[in-house]
Design a protein around this ligand. Structure first.
Ligand SMILES: [Zn+2]
Length: 383
């Protein structure tokens, strides 16, 4: 088979699978009509997809009473385990699903990533993947979400983890024996928000992590940039005379809105969730210093948001991480500041994510599913 024909075959398998994913159970005739492919081609594609265990026959189609009854077809893939992992400053999270998006595994555990060093982080990711696999069964693929610059499976720079030029995908593949990809946490979270979050389907939106890292969706697609580095919004230089950032520069947006900006004294032994709970309690009790600090962070959130609005004209800015937990205190001042500063701010709404800490790992699992839907033949073991 020539390369051109192999590519065509792969694309056709993908078209059929995506149709079944988006439309549920249907007849072969439906697939023929929807894809515009020849009947015999669809028949042969179905046979191949069934042999891969990705399509199953279901029920009996009653349409057309003449001739043999035809069996409907549906996406199967319940045995295909897609795992998304996220490593962040203070936790590791996992989200596993099958090809139809059914959740098979979900976990998060506190972890001091910077303190553990890179090899400690690698061990923790391997531990989490094995835990997931023990519950989900064999993994078809893994994607890891990382808070940093990612290029072709390597992490170029992740200042908050202290990583520089690490070949994460290769190292994890060697440990786990499956295909491994790596993506930026905010970009993957943005994809999860776009497919299943509070602003799902909003074709122009920005997602912000709790450290103001951004994932930018323009016209329904993730904006990647020349090197895949777009969305480093946490390092927008919003205050050139400001504090030093983990990236080595000064006055980055994350130094104004990250949890450390809100609660500089709290960074010691207490985990981030306990700190956020403490801040919420102090605010509820009317503590003036806390309320002032929240209003100040809210204003900086709106100021940075106005830059994004002027650049990308999003309909929504979805805020995740701790911003979502303190949304009722942060969003009103942020929205007011955004409308005051942005030229077209009135039509962009800041909303709190409802995916919580799951956003990035969910997006990562979604990317594994997408890779399989794009090229189902990657499920055939090499050699
Ligand atoms: Zn920075």
């Amino acid at each position: 088979m020539t390369t051109g024909r192999a590519t065509l075959r792969r694309d056709n398998l993908s078209r059929v699978l995506r149709h079944l994913r988006d439309h549920g159970t249907c007849s072969r005739a439906d697939v023929v009509e929807a894809t515009g492919l020849h009947r015999a081609t669809v028949s042969s594609l179905m046979t191949e997809l069934m042999s891969l265990g990705l399509v199953r026959e279901e029920g009996t189609s009653t349409a057309g009473a003449i001739g043999r009854p035809r069996r409907d077809v549906a996406l199967d893939g319940s045995h295909v385990g897609a795992l998304g992992l996220e490593i962040n400053v203070d936790y590791v999270a996992a989200h596993g699903c099958d090809l139809g998006g059914r959740v098979l595994f979900s976990a998060r555990s506190g972890f001091d990533a910077a303190g553990a060093g890179f090899s400690g982080c690698l061990s923790e990711l391997v531990r989490m993947a094995r835990l997931a696999s023990a519950e989900m069964g064999p993994l078809a693929g893994v994607v890891v979400a990382v808070p940093g610059l990612v290029s072709e499976g390597a992490v170029t720079f992740a200042p908050n983890l202290g990583w520089r030029d690490v070949r994460l995908a290769d190292l994890l593949r060697a440990e786990l024996g499956v295909t491994v990809g790596v993506g930026n946490d905010a970009n993957l979270a943005a994809l999860a928000e776009y497919t299943s979050g509070v602003a799902a389907g909003t074709s122009d939106m920005v997602y912000l992590t709790g450290e103001a890292g951004g994932g930018i969706i323009v016209d329904g697609r993730l904006l990647r940039g020349a090197d895949g580095f777009s969305g480093e919004t946490g390092h927008l230089p919003v205050d050139p005379g400001g504090a030093r950032c983990g990236c080595g520069r000064t006055g980055c947006w994350e130094t104004k809105v990250g949890l450390a900006a809100l609660d500089p004294a709290g960074a010691t032994a207490m985990g981030p969730e306990a700190r956020v709970n403490q801040i919420a309690s102090a605010a509820a009790a009317g503590d003036t210093r806390t309320l002032d600090a929240l209003a100040e962070v809210g204003r900086w959130l709106g100021l940075g948001g106005s830059i994004l609005v002027n650049l990308f004209n999003p309909r929504a800015i979805v805020v995740g991480g701790y911003f979502a937990q303190l949304a009722s205190r942060l969003i009103p001042p942020a929205q007011a500041e955004l409308e005051r500063r942005a030229v077209a701010g009135g039509r962009c709404t800041i909303v709190a994510s409802e995916l919580g800490f799951e956003a990035a790992s969910r997006g990562a699992a979604g990317m594994v599913v997408d890779q399989i839907l794009d090229d189902p033949l990657i499920l055939i073991p090499a050699g």
